[in-house]
Design a protein around this ligand. Sequence first.
Ligand code: BG6
Length: 490
Amino acid sequence: MTETASSPFDMVVVGGTGDLARRKLLPALYFLHKNGQLSPDGRIIAVARRSLTSEEFRDQVTQISQRQVPEADLDDATWRSFLERLSYMSAPTAEAANYEPLNGRLQEAPGRVRVFYLATTPKLYGDLSQALKEAGLITEASRIVLEKPIGQDLNSAQEINTRVGRAFREDQIFRIDHYLGKETVQNLMILRFANVLFEPLWRAEHIDHVQITVAERLGVEGRGGYYDQSGALRDMVQNHLLQLLCLVAMEPPARLGQDAIREEKIKVLRSLRPILGSDLTLKTVRAQYREGVVAGEKVPGYHQEPGIAEGSSTETFVALKAEIDNWRWAGVPFYLRTGKRMAYRVSEIMIQFKKVPHLIFDDRLGALQDNRLVIRLQPNESIKLAMMVKRPGPNIRLKPVHLDLNLAEAFADRTPLAYERLLLDVIRGNATLFMHREEVEAAWRWVEPILDGWGHLGNRPRSYAAGTWGPESSIELMVRDNRSWYEHLA
Ligand code: BG6
């Protein structure tokens, strides 16, 4: 597939030797290169602390990033031409003096789009922005990309936003939530706003509740140091799950433009009912995995993972009941659940519709299952609508079946990586799939009282065996409301 190439650009990846750059960003850039989506003279300049030559850096990229690309998508000539775009510069600290040498290189093409991608710890975002500014690198056509998490809480997020805001205008700041780059997540908007079918039903009158599950089989994967300071609420709920909730719950925006969509999402975040006091124990569950068996393999518990503090009470699983206090969603709970070391990897949104108002079929004809729409984000992207039909035969017998749209099969092409779309959008200057400052802060305003509340309760997280669906109390959260978690099929 060849598409129109982007405008010419220079992309400076700060933290270019890190995990994110090598495992996610560079493979995504390779695919964009391969598909002809990058301007032929676009350059990628990796910056990191280590002292390396560009040649050594390219060798490392071949060793590490190439492994992320399936063999069928690799060919030597394309890989070599991709490497020609790459160069390396060492900057031992986040100070302007270290970034001044970049000026010479960037001045070779002064007018082009300049992207500064900060693939570093968020603690450096403020210092790095200042260094880039003082080194005179920020032009009118410059953008900065910030990886999540933006801060550890509202205060630190505000501080980062303010400090980055001193160097870059808000429209130059691209805050990434890679879930928004996933094809099926974008499809949510198309499903809702390009079809007339769902919108009239998309409200409290017809929807009983919504479930959003993001389950992973992986543990903390050598990121113990980061994860132990973070936990599932900060790592997944504050960003990915709340973004999914926003896309399900927002009002139809007037236009596709970035401001219109972001405004609607902010309204949802501001309508989330705070979880305070006794609600904390009724509406939230946090837990930590112990050893168990995942996909037939024995795996260690959270406490045995490297980089985890002794006695750590960081949660690796969260289940929550969120409520949106607005006209459309009054009385419709949104149950959110995410965890590491779960039975299998699945990200899914389930919209449970209400019962038919008057049922003419009695129980003996088969149990009625209320309609539900299941949007599978990964793996095997699909959209399923569970409906009742008649079982073939001389008598009336009811049976639930799925109207099944298998997106993975319908579009046999490779599904682009989330980062491909997002990196291209940064170069194009399209911020629709990125988070506005207000969004990040509104999400923290809702999440922070939960973190504080857990801190005050002072109890330890529940425990669950690796390879399961979390602790009993997650099931109880639903049972209290006479509901149950949707069973995800692998
Ligand atoms: C990241 C989290 O943002 O998302 C990780 O920091 C998590 O802990 C990852 O594993 C999940 O992303 P995906 O695309 O594999 O669902």
